[in-house]
Design a protein around this ligand. Sequence first.
Ligand SMILES: Cc1cc2nc3c(=O)[nH]c(=O)nc-3n(C[C@H](O)[C@H](O)[C@H](O)COP(=O)(O)OP(=O)(O)OC[C@H]3O[C@@H](n4cnc5c(N)ncnc54)[C@H](O)[C@@H]3O)c2cc1C
Length: 289
Amino acid sequence: MDYFEPKSLDEALSLLAKHGHEAKVIAGGTDVMVDIKYKEEPGCLVNIKKISGLGGIQENGGSLRIGSLATIRDVETSSLVRDKLPVLWESAHQFASLQIRNTATIGGNICRASPSGETLAPLLVLEAKGKLAFSEGEKTEPFMSFFQGPGKTSLGTKGLLTEIDVPFPAEGSRGVYLKHAVRGAMDIAMVGVAVLITPDAARNTLQDVRIGLGAVAPTPIRASKTEALLRGKSLTVALLKEAAAMAAAESSPISDQRSSGEYRRWIVEALTRRGLEQTWKAATGKEVA
Ligand SMILES: Cc1cc2nc3c(=O)[nH]c(=O)nc-3n(C[C@H](O)[C@H](O)[C@H](O)COP(=O)(O)OP(=O)(O)OC[C@H]3O[C@@H](n4cnc5c(N)ncnc54)[C@H](O)[C@@H]3O)c2cc1C
C-alpha cells in the first residue's frame, strides 16, 4: 500500500485524480484504520492531516464555518457551537469516548456517510452545506443532497470536503439531539433524532419545525411529512401523538445486530415525541396541552 502526506489541497486533489478508486483519504483514521484491519486495504492512503487551513471553527456573518479537520472534541469544546448550535453540540458531546472524540474529525464523520453518523441528523436540521473541492474546481452543496446511500456521497472518489457552513437558526429557536444506543455514548446510535423548532413571535404556534432522523434509512433523512403536519400549529397532546407516529412511518429502518427494524421504529416515535415536547417547552415556556 502506498502512503502520501500531501502538504496542500492541490497536491491532495492531484493524488486523488491520479489514483482514482485505488486511493483512500484518511483524516482521523478512526473508521479507515478499522476498515483496513477488518475489511480491505486500499491501494494507497492519502493523509490530509498536514494540509493547513482545513481546521478551525469561526463565526462567518450569520453562520459558523467549521473546517473539515476540526475534531469532534473541537466541536464539543467550542463555545460558539455550544451557544449558537446546541443541537450540533449535543451530538458531539454524545459521541463515543474522549479518545475517539480527540481523534475523529467532523469531515470524516460526514464523508463516512454512515446513516448512524452522529453529526449528520443535526447538520440536516441546521440546513448546513459542505464546501467540496475537486481538481476541476470547488462547489458548495447542501447536505440534504450530499448523502446518496450508506458510504456514498456526491464527492465520489476524487473530491475532498474542505469545510462546513452552518447557518445560525432563527432567533428564539430551540433544538435537541437525542441518541438511543445500547451503551450510551460509547456505542454508535441505534437511532438518532434531531429536532429544531422556531415558534411564532407570540410563541403560540410552530412557525418552523425540522426533524432529522439517523440510523433508520439508507441515509440520514428529514421527516418532511411530519414537519408539514406540524408547521403553523400549536402543539397539543393529540398532534404530538400523530406527529411521532408519522415520523416513525417515514423511517425505513433495517434489522441488524444492534436492533430489529420494528424496535427502531418504536424508538423513532418515542424520541420524536420527547424531542418535540422538550423543544416546545423550551421555546414557548408552555407544557403541551
Ligand atoms: C470505538 C469507536 C467508536 C465510535 N463511536 C462513534 C459514535 O458514537 N458516533 C459516530 O458517529 N461515529 C462513531 N465512530 C465512527 C468514527 O469515529 C466517526 O465516523 C469519525 O467521525 C470518523 O472521522 P475520522 O476523522 O476518524 O475519519 P477517517 O476514518 O479518517 O475517514 C472516514 C471516511 O471519510 C473519508 N474522509 C475523511 N475526511 C475526508 C474529507 N475531508 N474529504 C473526503 N473524504 C474524507 C475517508 O476516506 C473515510 O471514507 C466510532 C468509531 C470507533 C472506532
